[in-house]
Structures are given as C-alpha cells and as structure tokens.
Design a binder for this molecule. Sequence first.
Ligand SMILES: C[S@@+](CC[C@H](N)C(=O)[O-])C[C@H]1O[C@@H](n2cnc3c(N)ncnc32)[C@H](O)[C@@H]1O
Length: 250
Amino acid sequence: MNTASRLKVLAGKKLTDLAPAELAAALAAAEHVLVDVGTGDARTAYRQAVAHPGWLVIGVDPAWQRMTETAVRAARKPAKGGAPNLVLVNAAIEAAPTALHGVADEVTVLMPWGKLLRGVVLGEDDVLAGLRAVAKDGAPLEVSIGTSIWRDPVPLEIRDLPELTPDSVKSTGLADRLAAFGWQIVDVRLVPHTELETISSSWARRLGSGATETVLHLRAVAVDPGGPVRPDQTADETGDDATGEPERGA
Ligand SMILES: C[S@@+](CC[C@H](N)C(=O)[O-])C[C@H]1O[C@@H](n2cnc3c(N)ncnc32)[C@H](O)[C@@H]1O
C-alpha cells in the first residue's frame, strides 16, 4: 500500500492503519458520510456521530494529537459514550489519502486556521482540490470562518489575507477559483453572534455566548471542475432549507 492510499487513523491514543476492507464496510453501511476537515479536537465530529448513528463521520486533521481525547471517548462501548461511526484521520486535506476520495456526501470546514484557512481564503489549488477530491458529485461544502481574525490584533500569519465578505468572495476571484476546482457557490452570508448556536463547532462554542463574533458562512456544491456555473442553482436543489444553514445536532 503506498502512502497516499494508506489511512492513518486514531485508535484511542495511538495512530494505526485502517484496513481498506474495514473502511469499505463502514462506507457501505453508512446512510450519509460527513467529512469534517480541520476537525481539531474532533468534538464537533463526535457530536455529529452520536446524533446520527446511521452516519459515518470522518474527521480529518494533520494535528492528530489534538484528536486523542475524543478518540479515546469514541472507542468506548456505545452505551458508555462510544461512537463506532466516527473515524479520525491524520492527514492534511491537500494530501487527502486516496482512500477518502469521493466518499463524502457532505464536507465541513469549521473555523479553520493555518494552511486550511489560507487555502480557503485565497482559493489555493491544493486545498480546493483536496476538498473536492473527498466529495461526491453534488455534495455540499460548508465553510465557517470567524471574522474576528481580521480585527486587531490580526495574527501575523494572516495579515496578508484579504478579509472574506460576501462581496469579496466574488471580487477577489475566489468564487471563480472554487468553480475551477468543482465548487459552485450557492450561498455566502454573515451570521451574527446571536445566531452562532446554529454552527456546531468547538471553536465557536469556546467564543461563548457573550462574544460578538460574526461568522462568514460559505456554502458550495460539488460540480464538475471547471464546469459551467449555473447561477440559477439554489440551496433548495441541494436538498437544504431556504436559510442555507446546516442542521446540526447539539
Ligand atoms: C481552530 S481549529 C478548528 C477545529 C474545529 N473545526 C472546530 O471548529 O472546533 C482549526 C484546525 O484546522 C486544522 N488544519 C490546519 N491546516 C489544515 C490542513 N491543511 N488540513 C486539515 N486541517 C488543517 C488545524 O490543525 C486545526 O486543528
């Protein structure tokens, strides 16, 4: 097995290879496959897995040590809080293992930072291609970015990033770059802190109810790369409610 096809997953506190047959069986049994990219401590992915036992939830993050606490919890018996339908993968999305290609019915990127944030904000080829690679045709992509990162003191590593707004998504050419990699935008909006509970993210929760965070929420759908952009396509066609907001478990 070469490195690209190998799936390094958390088994409790340790990294191990997930056998292809085991992944295939889990995918075949799942009614819905959610891939949460930049899953961090994986608590959000865990909550989704527990709320939807028929789903397979795959958290992806190169910082695997951050996922260990959740991995230990998920490995328990279901009656004791275990989540056998949660798989936590040690990988960066720009090097998404081939085993994950084309598996996702839904892709989420919640409160990214580092390479993932840069890749999404600048529309970098490797990150957009990696996100598209894991998605099935027609799968929605939900990206949520806290806009406070663009307020002083702006972290050094993102000072050169343009602030993402519903307008700048078009004016900076990001919408075109997404389309070139097979992501057609269907909705971009600013979600005020009063509605933050609609976004299930450990990071958003950590901001707390008193925070004045506004979150940029971008929703796209997986289409043919470089295929014709259909401005008439609405969120309704992707099977979601009119608000474009994801329905999240608690
Ligand atoms: C602020 S944390 C957010 C965690 C989680 N999504 C949440 O909302 O609680 C951002 C995560 O993005 C991950 N990340 C950064 N670059 C990445 C990349 N290239 N591919 C996948 N994940 C990445 C980081 O390791 C980090 O865990």
